[in-house]
Design a protein around this ligand. Structure first.
Ligand SMILES: Cc1ncc(COP(=O)(O)O)c(C=O)c1O
Length: 388
C-alpha cells in the first residue's frame, strides 16, 4: 500500500463509492464525481417506493420542497449559508443567467459588466448575451489570476462575475476580499462555485457574498446533469427579481391566477418543476461531507494536489505546471501543459487512466478527496511519464 494512503485518516471512505473495474486511476472527479453506493440504493428505492408507490401524491408529500431542504443542508455543510438562501434546480448556466439578470436590474443606471477571459465558457457567453440584451458594456479581465487589483471597478460597474476556483488553472480567488472591493464600488458580485462546492470551504454569509451558483455533479457527486444550486443572500431576496417567471416561482402556484407575483424568499428564484430524481444522489454526498467535515476534506485535497505537484516536479521536468504552487491559492485540481498531451489522451483512457484534457495542451488532474487515493495520483502521473 502507498504509505500516504496508509496514513490517510479518510482512506476508508473510498470503499463507499461504486468502483469501476476497468479504471485504475480516476482523476476527473472535478468533472463528474463517482457515485456513492448509497445513491444506487436511494435512487432505486425512490423509483420503487416514491415514484412507483406514491405517484402524483408525492408532490404533496415533500417532492416540491425537496430542493429547498437539500439547499439548506448544502448551505450548512459546504457553503457557510444559513437556511432559506440556497435552492436547487435548473442548470448552472440557467441559474447564472437568472441571477446576473436580477443583479443587473438591481443596479439601474450602471453600464458595465465585468468578467475574466479565463472564466468558464458558459459564464463568458452568458455575459456577452446579457450585455447585448441590456445594452451594457462588457469589461474583460485579461488572462491570468484574478486578483483585486486586476478587476476594473468603477462607478459604472453593475455586476462582476467570477469563479472561486478557475476551471483550467485551479487558481483559488480571494472571495472575501474581492466581494468587499466590489461592494465598495457599489456593485454586486456573482460567484461561480462549480469547482469549489464540496471541496473548498466557503463562508458565504460571513463574507457578505451577494449571489452564487454552482453545479452538483463534480465534488457533490450528484450524477450526470444533476441540477445546480443558487445562493441568494437573505436580505437581497426581496430586492431582486429574476427573469424566468414560471409558475413554481410565483407566490401561489396552484391558484393558477392571472398575473405573476413572485414568491417571497428563495422560492421566488425558482421557475419550473424541480428535477426531483436528479436531486437524489447529491443527498448522500452532502451527508458524507457532513460526517467527515469540510476542513478535513480540504486538508486531504491539499495533500493530494501537493503530492501530484511533487510527482510532476520529480518525474516530468519538461512539463509546465499551470496551477499555483501555493496550496492556499489553488482548489482541488492541477493542470499541467505539454504539446504532446493531446495525442496521448486516448491511450491513457484506454489504459483506465482518466484525467481530462483542456485545450490546447493541458491535462487536468482532478482530485476528489473522499474517492481518490494517493496511489491513483501516482499511477496516473507515472502513466503520463511512460507515454511521454
Ligand atoms: C466553472 C463552471 N461553470 C459553469 C459550468 C456549466 O455548468 P452547466 O453545464 O451545468 O450549466 C461548468 C461546467 O462544467 C463549470 O465548470
Amino acid at each position: 500500500m502507498n504509505p500516504l494512503d496508509a496514513d490517510d485518516p479518510l482512506a476508508r471512505f473510498r470503499d463507499l463509492f461504486v468502483q469501476s473495474p476497468d479504471v485504475t486511476a480516476y482523476l476527473d472527479g472535478n468533472s463528474l464525481g463517482r457515485p456513492l453506493k448509497a445513491s444506487v440504493t436511494r435512487v432505486a428505492g425512490f423509483l420503487e417506493e416514491q415514484w412507483g408507490g406514491r405517484l402524483i401524491r408525492g408532490w404533496d408529500e415533500g417532492w416540491l420542497e425537496q430542493g429547498e431542504r437539500i439547499g439548506d443542508d448544502l448551505g450548512r455543510v459546504c457553503l457557510g449559508a444559513a437556511p432559506g438562501q440556497v435552492s436547487i434546480g435548473d442548470s448552472t448556466t440557467v441559474l447564472l443567467y437568472k441571477l446576473v439578470r436580477a443583479a443587473v436590474a438591481a443596479r439601474p443606471g450602471r453600464t458595465e459588466l465585468v468578467i475574466d477571459r479565463d472564466n468558464f465558457p458558459t459564464d463568458r457567453y452568458l455575459l456577452e448575451g446579457i450585455a447585448a440584451e441590456c445594452g451594457l458594456t462588457l469589461r474583460w479581465i485579461e488572462p491570468g489570476d484574478v486578483t483585486i487589483d486586476r478587476i476594473p471597478l468603477s462607478e459604472a460597474t453593475a455586476v462582476v462575475v467570477l469563479s472561486h476556483v478557475a476551471y483550467r488553472s485551479g487558481y483559488l480567488a480571494d472571495m472575501a476580499g474581492i466581494t468587499a472591493a466590489v461592494h465598495e464600488a457599489g456593485a454586486l458580485v456573482v460567484w461561480d462555485l462549480c469547482h469549489s462546492a464540496g471541496v473548498v470551504p466557503t463562508s458565504l454569509d460571513d463574507w457578505g457574498v451577494d449571489l452564487a451558483v454552482g453545479c452538483t455533479y463534480k465534488y457533490l457527486n450528484g450524477g450526470p446533469g444533476s441540477p445546480a444550486f443558487a445562493y441568494v443572500r437573505g436580505d437581497l431576496q426581496s430586492q431582486l427579481r429574476q427573469p424566468i417567471q414560471g409558475w413554481l416561482g410565483s407566490a401561489a402556484p396552484f391558484e393558477m391566477a392571472q398575473g405573476y407575483e413572485p414568491a417571497q424568499g428563495i422560492r421566488g428564484f425558482l421557475s419550473g418543476t424541480p428535477p426531483v430524481v436528479g436531486m437524489l444522489a447529491m443527498r448522500d454526498m452532502i451527508a458524507l461531507l457532513d460526517e467527515v467535515g469540510l476542513p478535513a476534506v480540504r486538508q486531504k485535497s491539499v495533500a493530494l494536489t501537493s503530492h501530484a505537484i511533487d510527482l510532476v516536479d520529480e518525474l516530468l521536468p519538461g512539463v509546465q505546471l499551470s496551477t499555483p504552487r501555493d496550496a492556499a491559492l489553488r482548489g482541488s485540481h492541477i493542470t499541467i501543459d505539454h504539446p504532446a498531451f493531446a495525442a496521448m489522451m486516448p491511450t491513457l483512457w484506454s489504459r483506465g487512466v482518466i484525467p481530462d484534457f483542456r485545450r490546447p495542451t493541458g491535462i487536468r488532474l482532478g482530485l476528489s478527496p473522499l474517492s481518490t487515493s494517493f496511489a491513483e495520483v501516482e499511477l496516473g502521473v507515472r502513466a503520463i511519464v511512460e507515454l511521454l
